[in-house]
Design a binder for this molecule. Structure first.
Ligand code: 5RP
Length: 234
């Protein structure tokens, strides 16, 4: 089964959280899009009163197009579930997210949710995080000094072979997040201590969000060619 079919299967499996009077955060990315489409169809078919909060302009546009009952995060202080994809997830359910650039809003919505469900294809499951470049959302003001500080700090944590890249669009112009920030992608190799790395990066001026999601995900719905497995955080 292709990765795309697995993404769809995981998304459809997660439909079990879509119910009456439930508030659900909608993630961003291709897997989350499958969930948004399936959830919209279920709500319509079963005439459910389900409230949704989106994590990006793209998810908002899709949910609006599908006529979903979309609320602003400011009006919904907590959510029951967030259903979102991941770029990588390790055995402790620590994740790298932000491949699509929505990490800041995704983390705010995930941390406002009682339960975070990660839906993913099997390519996302890793033993150690870091093969996928770690996105860091940074202020556009002072982006170069922030990058230099990050570069200078990483060897002190034992990361000596890091490639750093300012994310750009296809036209070569710097990528801008929904919040108007830039993204620096760090090709780290194995991230041996994600908690410490997140902590140190979070304390650096100019850093707005780190694409490490730790202690947030409670359940993974992992699609493989044998079907979708639901795994609860150990
Ligand atoms: C967006 C994300 C996505 O969840 C992540 O990039 C996975 O994307 P996809 O489902 O398209 O593989 O974090 O910021």
């Amino acid at each position: 089964m292709s990765a795309d079919k697995q993404k769809k299967a995981a998304a459809e499996f997660a439909l079990k959280v879509v119910d009456n009077d439930v508030k659900i955060g909608l993630g961003s990315g291709s897997t989350a899009n499958y969930f948004i489409e399936a959830a919209a169809a279920k709500v319509k078919r079963d005439k459910l009163n389900t409230i949704f909060v989106a994590t990006s302009a793209a998810s908002t546009a899709l949910a609006q197009k599908l006529g979903m009952n979309l609320k602003n995060i400011e009006d919904v202080p907590y959510l029951d579930f967030t259903v979102d994809g991941a770029d990588e997830i390790d055995p402790q359910f620590r994740m790298i997210k932000g491949g699509g650039g929505a990490l800041h809003r995704e983390k705010i919505v995930a941390s406002s949710s009682r339960f975070v469900v990660c839906i993913c294809d099997e390519s996302k499951k890793v033993e150690t995080l870091g093969a996928y470049p770690l996105p860091i959302e940074v202020s556009r003001f002072g982006v170069n000094p922030t990058a230099w500080k990050i570069e200078g700090m990483l060897p002190q944590l034992g990361y000596t072979d890091v490639k750093m890249r300012l994310r750009a669009n296809a036209d070569g112009k710097p990528f801008m997040t929904d919040g108007g920030n830039a993204i620096i992608d760090l090709q780290m190799g194995k991230i041996t201590d994600p908690e410490r790395l997140e902590n140190v990066l979070n304390n650096m001026p100019g850093v707005i969000e780190v694409g490490l999601f730790i202690g947030l995900c409670g359940v993974v719905m992992l699609a493989t060619d044998k079907g979708v497995q639901e795994i609860t955080r150990p």
